[in-house]
Design a protein around this ligand. Sequence first.
Ligand code: NAP
Length: 495
Amino acid sequence: MTTGPDVTAVIIGAGFGGMGMAIQLQRLGIEDFVILDRADDLGGTWQANTYPGVAVDIVSSVYSFSFEPNPYWSRTYAPGSEIVDYARTIADKYDLKRRMQFGRSVTSAAYDEDARQWTVRAEGGPPITATYLIVATGYLSQPRLPDIEGIESFEGKIIHTSAWDHDHDLEGERIAAIGTGASAVQLLPEIAPAAGHLTVYQRTPIWVTPKSDHAVPAETQDRYASRPAVQRAVRAKEHLRLEVMLFAGVLHNKQMPWLAKPATDAALAHLKRQVKDKELREKLTPSYGFGCKRPTFSNAYLKMFNRDNVTLETTPIARITPTGIVTSDGEEREIDTLVLATGFSLWEQNFPAFSITGRDGQDLGRTWRESRFESYEGITVAGYPNLLLQPAPYSYTGLSYFDALEIQMAHVERLFRAMRRQGASGFEPTAGAQEKFVRRMRARVSHSVWARSICNGANSYYFNPHGEATLLRPLTARAGMRAARRFDVSDYQLT
Ligand code: NAP
């Protein structure tokens, strides 16, 4: 006797990606699903990243589901805690909490071709079988711990930005920070005033542009609440600005390199205004092009280096000792606390975040790493039936994460409606359609800044270990949404 799966769908990840997919399933009338998350609460990256200064770095008016605007953001760039509150509001409104199981770190998912179902194994409970597997583990969810000799011998405190220890008092401490990406840019100016001394170990400088961040007056928030059309208009304007930046500055950079110049000039002028010391300025000036790596926005980061208790160290780290850091010139600096702003392991540990075995026992991570990172329309993969991947090659479309999510939601809507029309319950993109999609993406990437030699030395996670830019889909959000609403349904084998 055969039995059906435990549930229709398992969603992995209780962040915005997982919740967006859950909302989409509900819209399609699918109510029989569970959401697993390794954390003990919802919110995904915003639940994990609570370091001082954490805030969104895309204006808040576009950092929300378009169908669930939040009139009450307190600032142009809302702090992380408000985004977690927003996530809770969404979970409540769509009654998602009762479907969430926390403390369930997924270890593997395997497709059973005979039973036509996925078996998901996760800590904290028995395996779950499901018709559809939806992986919404985000992009930046596996902290990268630097592989520096001796780090395990360090006897002081080590804190990664994605697991901030709010009980640890930094007052008067000798702090070393490794990493100068977006997390460091937000965090370091917040902790510098309390530090006895802060040494920032920089391997690659980051482009920093001014941040036009203001409190949103209560009257404006009330106006947004009472007249949603006003907030929609603000969002549309901001969205258009981001789309133009992406189209002109990044996606067509090869044909029109001068279009990125104003951004580069603005960042250089910002640096000049904030840092008077020429030598320091030179060290803080990136040698790679703007847009090769995610730029950052801050009015506090660069000028922090003017402080007497802050040192920028650009000599490479040789090793870590029980009491400090030794640079390649033999110099040792004693420290109390080591702050790791070293980012996340994306291609190695998050694509995918756990073992996924598809048709014929093929392993998704191994296939991607050993051949190439590919997908169909940034969401499905040939050889892996009934699998939807929120973090997939070419999946991140547009500059706001919510654009990427809503584009995927639209894809699922079209796909599932097509299945329903055809009386099907299974889907898998054809290898030919996937090949054609990847060819199209590669051709588009060849026009972008990522295809230019100015990206050499950027050390950007936009590039996979094969050196190809396969993370961001080289389309504007508008074009991505059009593709999601119009893709050729016959690119799928529906069963
Ligand atoms: P990141 O941008 O990947 O930066 C990591 C930093 O650590 C880089 O400066 C890197 O240097 C350095 N590093 C890593 N390993 C090292 C080693 N072994 N030795 C020396 N330096 C090392 O990570 P992140 O700052 O956490 O930001 C990741 C992404 O998260 C951002 O790009 C952004 O998309 C997102 N984010 C968003 C927000 C927001 O919206 N509010 C805030 C923070 C982060 P190299 O460059 O030389 O590799």
